[in-house]
Design a protein around this ligand. Sequence first.
Ligand code: SF4
Ligand code: SF4
Length: 588
Amino acid sequence: MKAILSGNEAVAQGAWEAGCHVAAAYPGTPGTEILENLGRFPEVYCEWSPNEKVALEVASGASIAGARALSAMKHVGLNVAADPFFTMSYIGVNGGLVIVSADDPGLSSSQNEQDNRWYAIHAKVPMLEPSDSRECLDFTRAAFDISERFDTPVLLRLTTRICHGKSVVETGERVETAVREYRRNLAKNAMLPAFAKQKHYMVEKRLDDLREYGESSPLNSAEMVDGAEIGVIASGVGYQYAREALGDGASFLKIGFSWPLPRRLIREFASKVKILWVVEENDPFLETEIRAMGIPCFGKDVLPVVDELTPAIVARAVLGKKLAQALEAELPPPNRPPLLCPGCPHRGLFFPLGKKKDVIVTGDIGCYGLGSMPPLNVGETTICMGAGFSAAIGFQKAGEKAGRNQKVFGILGDSTFFHSGITGLIDAVVNKSRGVFVIMDNRITAMTGQQENPGSGRTLSGEDTVALDIPKICEACGVRRENIHVVDPYDLKASGEAVDRAWAAEELSVIVTTRPCALLKDVQKEREGLKCSVDEERCVLCGACLNLGCPAITKRGRIVIDQAACNGCGLCVQVCPKKAIGREGEAR
Ligand code: SF4
Ligand code: SF4
């Protein structure tokens, strides 16, 4: 049957068709929808794990036990999962194991622009790179077969445009695969040094076998154009851009099985063209290998290493001319400063914290990172998930050494706390940090689109489950009960007092703010009737309400609260010194 699917949906469909039994992930843009879609198939056990390392370990265990398993993550997630990833290369698989890395050239939603193709070389595993949704489906199916045939995990590498772009796919039926027999085999599955050493020989031999397989794999294909002098070697979305820019003016070698590279195929293609280009986003991954083979080519000496490519960039580089206007489409999107939503509960903690003197705030990945933007301006660092806490420890210790009188507040969210913040908290307790750790618990993983987490009381499939109690966990980690402050961030007075208490404390303190994300459906329904509005007669235009950074409040000669955006959180009511803002309506 034909269907129009995004790349993420097609990977999910392909995994289901391939008979995948188990899938685990931590949500991360641009790959979040893979698990969301796979979770719709009852034949596949799907879970949101607390982090990518756990997710890959769950999938690895399932694979060793004989099930076909998949783990999906965004590019930086593979850093977290790198530990099991490298060792699973040595262990190999029983049931097929596919690891999806959704990379983000152009940093649409990420803290760096790393090119995860290097992970395939580093971990010595095969990599497939689909160029559209149809290939996402086909390559996912192929990845399971390659995994079992060569006893290896397979890296399926996507990028943002492949994940989110839609194209026509031919869907099929699920091919039921039995969970394979499992037999205890320490030499294969327990990577003690003596066994691992033997396994390394196996891994090197496997790479040779895979290279040979790639030479004739249908995942690589050449399209020769009579009379064309230019030849392009490309993979993933780079192929699409080059195809669009150069059309029939060039021959193409499309590399779908992109590690190990099919060297004979490349040499043969290069020998048939006069000018060879390598078109790829970000790093010169293919190009480095091709140059190392002694084949001259153009690539990153002209094409940019930073940001996404476009057909226009490729045309300009390769042909030295502009594309027709219809293809140019290079108008940059308008710059919109990232802001917390109207009614976001995080604002209720950031506001009093921003007023405090002698405070350093280390932030983390998530909506709360937006607190560092004006006018709130709360936050100095954003490194990676969990670092909101652990960097705070370093800041605190460095400040003590320097004799600075600053209190360090480390901030992260509920999902990030479960992901890897918890280990920073343990470190702080054991190593006697005097900082303040803030957990902004909005009952969901908000920034990636509202996925469940260990605190939300629901599984990926929507079943009720245990909701972990964050204050109790903090206490169990060794924070003294009297130093744990739980506040409703919509109550500015309570938030301010919690900040004051924690600032003055001699010992490590924790503040847990509890208010669900304003975008949750249940919350929107509950708050449907609530709105704030300004009494112009009382307003003196002092601007105090604007300092909240609420997008619903603007100054257009007078102060206006956008009734469509406001959810009546009431923070502006609390900051107005003239009582000029009132709250109307009834929450349902
Ligand atoms: S999505 Fe939720 S948590 Fe994130 S900024 Fe909007 S209201 Fe706040
Ligand atoms: S805080 Fe009150 S008085 Fe000041 S500008 Fe806003 S509505 Fe007007």
